[in-house]
Design a protein around this ligand. Structure first.
Ligand code: NAP
Length: 488
């Protein structure tokens, strides 16, 4: 391997969602010129590009769910719908001149590290080969749809659709729709479909707590105008909401009166909105509020109590050509089956074939579940980083904030590559194990660890979340500790 010399590093970012757009912006801002984003979808936006189901809304207030570097004061609603959020991502990319660095409809299927060249070779689905000095995986966590294996599903006569692959023009008005799954997605899609479907049957395996919030409330036009006119006020609001998300992180990670208050509010949301004791019993979860990713809705309980809506908690036995039969022998007809059954979370960049130093594969490295050092570096995979990777704060601290801190952390290493001070960097196994032990230890008092089964748990049984607060996040992603890395 030739000694390092100053040169512009070739950086490839995989994925153009929240994480990828953030990384691209941060790297460009820091003067890196040879940056390419490869995105398998036909547009930027990540989850907001892929998810187009009826009722899609972000349950994080839009004044918080935005990039710190691309403020948008004028949302139509306090909680904006998916289409508006997707348009925002597109506009950010256009306005910041990022589009020319992004190649859409380009799927990376393999990445291999060549130690002698200190470079990655990437292969796309079209068999194109690209080379990079550093690769940044910004592939997201909720990305690969999870399709349940239910007997008969393939022989259903009507349409079967996963919410994350909603086809344009799918007709549901006047038809009998069956919805499976009651996470954030299932609750949103049921609330929307019930408006014009002939019937909606909601199959619920494990009910979830649903916090009431006025999700449909509009943002006054004057609010947007004032915030646009006074950017300082907008920055202050953004900072206040960031601080608020820190409180949520605190509520989930440590038992406190605040946690108990939110849990009491979740129970009250159910009690006040569902008067029928039998239905309420069916809708009452066995676990504690907040244990799973909290579902928020202002409409679901009303929707499920409509005459043409039905809640079914009997287990599904099979799908028949004309509908769904439950274990109690009842068959309910359906024209469309909607799978709101979630994602194979924690795949991150898998099933890409990723081969690091000495032929180590990521499949093998992550056979007991995904793990990384400080959410971003993986031993055995030099010059490779994740943004919003394992143990990133999902559902508590702002994603955009985390992505930006992580991108700046990575940019530190890219700067050393550019200056010719290093040719490769790899986190040590020891530092990664220490970090993961610290994370596992801190999971103890979290609400996610109170006995529920959720997508927060990865295949190895550990909770793939961030059990610390915002201050610790900033500390972890401040200037890298060189002693935790092997640099060449
Ligand atoms: P999810 O939370 O993983 O929920 C999947 C649902 O499908 C669960 O109710 C699960 O039941 C059910 N399910 C899975 N397999 C099943 C089967 N074979 N038979 C019957 N039911 C089955 O997925 P999601 O609702 O798509 O949400 C995933 C995450 O996306 C959320 O937690 C959130 O982070 C994000 N999201 C956010 C928003 C937002 O507004 N910001 C909106 C949508 C999604 P069990 O619980 O019994 O397994």
């Amino acid at each position: 391997m030739s000694p390092a010399r100053p040169r512009e590093p070739r950086v490839v970012i995989i994925g153009a969602g929240v994480a990828g757009i953030t990384a691209l912006h941060v790297f460009r801002e820091q003067g890196f010129t040879d940056v390419t984003v490869l995105e398998k979808g036909s547009d930027v936006g990540g989850v907001w590009h892929w998810n187009r189901y009826p009722g899609l809304t972000c349950d994080v207030p839009s004044q918080l769910y935005q990039f710190g570097f691309a403020p948008k004061p004028d949302w139509s609603h306090v909680w904006a719908d998916g289409r508006q959020i997707q348009r925002y991502h597109r506009r950010v990319v256009d306005d910041l001149g990022l589009d020319r660095f992004i190649r859409t409809s380009t799927e990376v299927v393999a990445a291999r590290w060549y130690e002698e060249d200190a470079a990655w070779e990437l292969t796309t689905a079209c068999d194109e080969t690209l080379h990079a000095d550093a690769v940044v995986f910004a592939t997201g966590v909720l990305h690969h749809p999870s399709v349940p294996s239910i007997p008969g599903l393939e022989d259903f006569d009507g349409e079967v659709v996963h919410t994350a692959r909603w086809p344009d023009g799918l007709a549901t008005a006047g038809r009998r729709v069956a919805v499976l799954g009651t996470g954030s997605t299932g609750v949103q899609v049921v609330s929307a479909l019930v408006r014009d479907a002939a019937s909606v049957t909601h199959y619920v395996r494990s009910p979830q707590w649903i916090l009431w919030a006025p999700m449909g409330v509009r943002q006054l036009v004057v609010v947007g105008s004032v915030l646009r006119r006074f950017p300082t006020a907008h920055r202050a609001l953004y900072a206040a909401l960031q601080w608020g998300s820190g409180i949520l992180a605190d509520i989930t990670t440590r038992p406190s009166w605040r946690r108990r208050a939110v849990q009491a509010y979740a129970r009250l949301s159910l009690r006040l909105q569902v008067r029928d004791p039998d239905l309420r019993a069916q809708l009452t979860p066995a676990d504690e509020p907040l244990c799973k990713r909290q579902v928020v809705s202002g409409t679901y309980y009303r929707a499920i109590q409509q005459d043409h809506a039905e809640l079914v908690t009997a287990p599904i036995a099979e799908v028949t050509p004309g509908g769904i039969r439950t274990a109690d022998g009842v068959e309910r007809p359906a024209d469309v089956i909607v799978l709101a059954t979630g994602f194979q979370a924690h795949n991150y960049m898998l099933p890409m074939e990723i081969v690091g130093r000495d032929g180590r594969t990521l499949d093998d490295e992550w056979r007991h579940g995904p793990r990384a050092y400080r959410m971003t570096a993986i031993p055995g995979f030099p010059n490779a980083f994740t943004v919003l990777g394992p143990n990133s704060p999902t559902g508590s601290i702002s994603l955009q904030h985390t992505a930006e801190l992580t991108a700046r952390y990575i940019a530190h290493w890219l700067g050393l590559l550019r200056d010719g001070r290093i040719s490769s960097v790899e986190v040590t196994e020891e530092a990664t194990s220490d970090f993961n032990a610290e994370v596992a230890d801190a999971m103890g008092p979290t609400v996610w660890n109170t006995g529920c089964n959720s997508w927060y748990f990865h295949s190895g049984g550990a909770i793939d979340l961030f059990p610390f607060d915002r201050a610790r996040l900033a500390e972890l992603l401040a200037e890298p500790d060189r002693s935790h890395f092997r640099v060449r």
